[in-house]
Design a protein around this ligand. Structure first.
Ligand SMILES: [Zn+2]
Ligand SMILES: [Zn+2]
Length: 249
């Protein structure tokens, strides 16, 4: 048997053993591995209690808590190309859960996250008026390294819940970018993703109302760079939704 054939056989056997493991072992929390009473649960009640819903009221543009006015100080001085809403504040057991999905392939978290977003009240958003769901894309080199795009896993599930098409083919990260977490200022983050996204020559994005999906938003520079690209491609409107948001104050 060729090397390639052996590799395919090995991964097939591994997935069967993995599947049997799922059947034979009692279900456990995707975050802390505690045994779950209810096999339909993905995260145990203790970990879930650490998921902090984003406090209202929020900035009408970027979605971070903003008790005193309609727009936060940052959004007051700029004209963002798309608004952002997030279901939870980033931190605690939710941050651990995001790491489990992203770096430990706990893929059962993707449908769980999608349902949490879908069932969240996102002020000012009407998700029934969306034509297309698109994830923030990874660069092809990163996709090869990780094997999957966590935002695409969540976005695909959300599209299913909304009963609209899911498009992961026509928006691409055309150049690799540094991790936004390494950038210190908003300016650095904007420069890091400037011109990093593009659409394919032929695309079905014109006149579409698009919902962009990402797992976590920090300043929104990445989402806005994506939204700008989609708007240039003729999208009618772009809104962005994420599982979590880093709170700046
Ligand atoms: Zn747990
Ligand atoms: Zn804002």
């Amino acid at each position: 048997m060729s090397r390639r054939g052996l590799k395919t056989l090995k991964s097939g056997v591994q997935s069967i053993i993995g599947g049997l493991g799922d059947l034979l072992l009692p279900p456990s929390c995707a975050v802390c591995n505690a045994l779950l009473d209810d096999p339909k649960q993905v995260v145990c009640p203790v970990c879930f209690e650490g998921f902090e819903r984003l406090a209202q009221p929020i900035c009408a543009s970027c979605g971070q808590p903003c008790p005193e006015s309609e727009f936060c100080p940052e959004c007051k001085s700029s004209d963002p190309v798309c608004s952002i809403r997030s279901a939870f504040a980033f931190g605690g057991s939710l941050a651990e859960a995001v790491v489990k999905l992203k770096f430990e392939s706990r893929c059962q978290l993707a449908p769980f996250f999608a349902r949490l977003i879908f069932e969240s009240s996102l002020p000012g958003y009407d998700l029934t008026k969306i034509d297309l769901v698109i994830p923030v894309p990874l660069h092809s080199a990163k996709l090869k390294e990780r094997g999957f795009n966590q935002s695409a896993l969540i976005a695909g599930q959300i599209a299913g819940l909304l009963r609209v098409p899911f498009d992961y083919l026509h928006l691409a990260r055309s150049r690799p970018t540094e991790s936004q977490s390494k950038m210190k200022t908003r300016f650095e983050r904007e420069q890091n993703v400037k011109g990093a996204f593009s659409t394919t020559k032929k695309h079905p994005l014109a006149a579409k109302r698009i919902c962009l999906i990402d797992d976590v938003v920090t300043t929104g520079s990445t989402l806005r760079a994506c939204a700008e690209t989609l708007t240039k491609a003729g999208a009618e409107s772009v809104i962005a939704t994420t599982l979590a948001r880093t709170i700046h104050w």
